[in-house]
Design a protein around this ligand. Structure first.
Ligand SMILES: [Zn+2]
Length: 506
């Protein structure tokens, strides 16, 4: 054979499009060219491939070798093509022969196989970034395919269903497997982490309204802003939200681990607990939203299927805050690049917190506030109206004194989680998703109000000078309150409770 074609995968955002590695061995002066607009990394791979072939006991063929990575317009900044390039050179030069029984080489035998792995100069395989993302794309688009990966990556990829994952340590091992001289072992999946013990809600003393609001947020998937002085328990409450949410499904846990693997950390465990991310307000917009020279997902994507906690919300840069708006609506974030726009999933539940004023003590019964009305207004105005309009629950937390330590412990997370799970099951059955994501006609269809509830809502929205967007927020929250109460129609008391979670800032 003078032409060999193998399959691999590129990385584009959280997706891994198919790449064909085509290698042709022609006559002429010795040359080794890689075409298909590869980046510097791929050109460097030529040197690694050459050394790995020689050091694995093969010969580097004499002649004109042309490698084409197709399609040409995919981003290919990675060494993961080393293994398929080296194998295709060995196939094209006849050093790996796949016998069809009649002495002929059969290229089709490799059709349902996908290869990825970096080579060291010795011919050993080095793990690649985001193998889980590659494996999930292969499983989705070529179910039943065989993937040959470096051993460390095979352990991650083995979690993925509908995929036959084989683990290899060297180029020579892969060659021996293809020729039928030896069998590569199957990838052994690492443990499936059942549940870390999350902090318990019973640690939070007092704050009955905030605890209830947190339960409503958990039940309906609602975003929330807590306003209160330092020490009121805002962070404690936020940290306890993941423990109130239903555990992730296997698919969600895989998606979550796949996003983490894009940051370069190999996934070592699958977590059933929803992720909790709490970036500092000093974090850059890129760290929060994603991006960079080699694009990486940001905190909002690492919080996919989980909770994003932004403490001291007004201290985040305006750019960061404004770029939250789109993912809050769509559950995705698009990052514009010079040549390739990439997209990451970002379906997170936003929990945020802020002080009532720059010094923090405004409205406190004992500590005086040192801020002028002007300073307070400026502080609050850092949060734009459009961002506030996208938050479902805005609640005020009163200051707590030392006397709250004498209160009995509150209800534990487990009891709340059971109610949340029942409420979520109800929403799933009715509309196939959480109330926070009800839109347009679905709001009319599923948020039926009793007459007095309707009147109460209309009056309150007039008083609040609320927009249609705010009306919908209140309705969605009222729907969740009614669901927790197991009532098919929204009653006046449900609307009244939802309106309590619309405190005014400043
Ligand atoms: Zn103040």
């Amino acid at each position: 054979m003078t032409l060999a074609i193998l399959a691999s995968r590129a990385l584009a955002g959280a997706d891994a499009p198919a790449v064909r590695v085509e290698t042709h061995l022609g006559v002429g002066l010795p040359a080794f060219t890689v075409v298909g607009l590869p980046d510097t990394e791929v050109r460097e791979s030529r040197e690694r491939v050459r050394a790995a072939i020689v050091n694995s006991g093969f010969e580097f063929p004499n002649g004109r070798i042309t490698v084409n990575l197709s399609p040409a317009d995919l981003p290919k900044a990675s060494a993961r093509f080393d293994l398929p390039i080296a194998l295709s050179v060995l196939l094209a030069s006849g050093q790996i022969a796949i016998d069809d029984g009649k002495g002929e080489v059969v290229p089709l035998a490799l059709q349902n196989m996908v290869f990825a792995g970096e080579l060291s100069l010795t011919g050993a395989l080095v793990p690649v970034r985001a193998a889980l993302v590659l494996a999930m794309a292969v499983s989705r688009e070529q179910p039943g395919a065989t993937m040959i990966l470096p051993s460390a990556n095979a352990a991650e990829a083995a979690w993925v269903p509908d995929l036959n994952v084989l683990a290899a340590n060297t180029l020579a091992e892969v060659a021996a497997h293809l020729m039928g001289n030896a069998r590569l072992p199957k990838g052994e999946p690492r443990a499936w982490n059942q549940m870390d013990a999350p902090p318990c809600l019973s640690d939070v003393r007092g704050q009955p309204m905030a605890r209830r609001a947190l339960e409503v947020a958990a039940a309906g998937g609602h975003s929330m802003l807590m306003v209160g002085p330092p020490g009121a328990g805002k962070s404690m409450l936020a940290q306890r939200l993941p423990g109130l949410l239903p555990p992730l499904t296997r698919v969600q846990a895989l998606e979550s681990a796949a996003i983490s693997s894009l940051t370069g950390q190999p996934a070592t465990a699958l977590h059933r607990q929803p992720p909790f991310r709490a970036p500092h307000h000093g974090a850059s917009a890129v760290a929060l939203i994603g991006g960079g020279a080699v694009p990486r997902p940001g905190e909002i994507s690492l919080a996919h299927h989980g909770v994003l906690f932004l403490d001291e919300l007004p201290e985040f840069t305006r750019k960061s805050l404004e770029s939250l708006r789109e993912p809050l609506e769509t559950g995705r974030v698009a990052i514009a690049r010079a040549r390739h726009a990439v997209e990451y999933p970002a379906r997170f539940q936003l929990i945020s917190a802020m002080n009532p004023c720059p010094c923090g003590w405004r409205g406190h019964p004992k500590r005086p506030c040192a801020c002028t009305p002007d300073q307070v207004a400026r502080y609050v105005s850092r949060l734009s109206g459009p961002l506030l309009d996208r938050l479902d629950l805005l609640i005020e937390l009163p200051a707590t004194g030392t006397d709250c330590l004498e209160l009995p412990p509150g209800e534990p997370s487990e009891a709340v989680r059971e109610r949340v799970a029942r409420c979520r099951a109800l929403q799933q059955e009715r509309q196939g998703g959480v109330n926070a994501r009800l839109e347009g006609a679905a709001i009319d269809a599923h948020c039926e109000l009793e007459t007095d509830a309707q009147q109460l809502l209309v009056k309150a929205i007039q008083r609040l000078h609320g927009s249609a967007r705010v009306t919908h927020r209140v309705l969605r929250v009222a729907r969740t309150v009614a669901d927790l109460d197991a009532q098919p129609r929204i009653q006046a008391r449900h609307v009244a409770e939802a309106l309590q979670y619309r405190c005014r800032l400043g």
